[in-house]
Design a protein around this ligand. Structure first.
Ligand code: MG
Length: 374
């Protein structure tokens, strides 16, 4: 399951003041849109730009696909969705490039919403009283019951939103409107006040103050696991079924590499290990497949506001040979964690015929994961 992010930065809005469109103005020393891109680091990303901004975009969008926007917001989104079509993307997050402070927690809540709904988007309940006014005078009040302030990223099952955009007549305010026009249920998840959309000159000072208060938090975790060989004709390693003259003993698929990586992420969060989150004594986890554990750890990291910056797994065994399967393993782990393959390493070593791995009694794995909160 691959999740991609589309960042919209093709607008020409200059209400924020200055000569440049607001998403290209500097915030804490780098363009607003660079902050927005960083929030989705680890996912395949598309930046939708105005043709005039191509040089600017190239400077901030290393490893990011650039797509030119259309005449309207929905045409821009449509261009990006079409560019992703056929690439195996199952979920997509569509984000406004002028919201640079979106947190991993908000992104995590939108992704969690997509587990049960075809669409999910963050919003805040309106708490202020609402007035109408003309020429500086109050002319009436409005009932705020049931009103929300919509934010982004808005998340969708990919095929559903692509189909909805292809059928939509145009002119929608946002992608939730497109989704609803196609009959999709849209779950509301909690947004954040700090996820503000830079619109007016004063918004930049407020955003810089928020960034100053955040700092950067980098976490490193490690994991180690061992499983013994048993009768069998294959082993599961990092999500890939590898033919072998033995099997691996353990609950479910006994995927020693995925267990080590899962523990590395829990370790970076200082939040126990697989056994704590999925007790083997609990019958509901007996025989559970390992991707459930890894996906939980990755989602927990996002829910706490961390991006997974990179992962490194080393499998220790004499046989089977890992090299021919390493690329497939990287791709399998990337899909489970909604990360780009370039952030995941899978490699192997023997123990020079020494010790239990050398005697081919079992396979060991060590893993490291780096988490970053901007
Ligand atoms: Mg294990």
């Amino acid at each position: 399951m691959t999740t991609a992010a589309i960042i919209l930065a093709a607008g020409r809005g200059t209400r924020a003041g200055g000569d440049l469109p607001k998403q290209w103005q500097a915030l804490a020393g780098r363009p607003v849109v660079a902050h927005a891109l960083a929030a989705f680091a680890g996912m395949p990303r598309i930046l939708v730009i105005h043709p005039d901004d191509r040089a600017r975009a190239a400077a901030v969008a290393e490893g990011v696909q650039l797509v030119e926007g259309g005449a309207t917001r929905d045409a821009s989104v449509r261009n990006a969705l079409e560019a992703l079509a056929g690439q195996g993307v199952s979920r997509v997050l569509i984000h406004d490039g002028a919201r640079p402070l979106v947190s991993g927690a908000v992104i995590g809540r939108v992704l969690a919403g997509l587990d049960d709904h075809p669409a999910a988007a963050p919003a805040l309940v309106v708490s202020d009283a609402l007035w109408t006014g003309v020429q500086g005078l109050v002319t009436g009040t409005r009932d705020r019951t049931g009103l929300y302030r919509a934010q982004t990223p808005q998340g969708f099952h990919f095929d559903a939103i692509l189909d909805a955009h292809r059928r939509h007549g145009g002119g929608a305010a946002d992608d939730v409107e497109v989704a609803r026009a196609a009959g999709l249920d849209v779950a509301i998840v909690e947004g954040e006040e700090d996820n503000l959309k830079l619109t007016f000159p004063g918004d930049f000072a407020r955003a810089e103050a928020i960034l100053k208060g955040r700092g950067m938090d980098i976490r490193l975790g490690n994991g180690f696991d061992v499983h013994a060989f048993c009768e069998g004709d294959h082993v599961w390693l990092c999500g890939v079924k590898v033919p072998h003259s033995r099997g691996l003993l353990g609950h479910s698929d006994a995927d020693v590499g995925m267990h080590a990586l899962t523990d590395a992420i829990y370790g970076a969060l200082a939040d126990g290990d697989i056994g704590r989150h999925f007790p083997p004594s609990d019958p509901q986890w007996k025989g559970a497949e390992s991707h459930i554990f890894l996906r939980h750890a990755a989602e927990l990291a996002r829910a706490r506001g961390f991006a997974i910056s990179n992962c490194d797994v080393t499998l220790i065994c004499e046989r089977p040979k890992i090299g021919p399967h390493a690329e497939a393993m990287r791709e399998a782990l990337a899909a489970i964690m909604a990360l780009e393959v370039g952030r995941i390493s899978v490699k192997a070593t023997t123990s020079e015929r020494l010790g239990f791995t050398g005697r081919e009694e079992g396979i060991a794995a060590i893993a490291t994961a780096t988490l970053v909160k901007l």
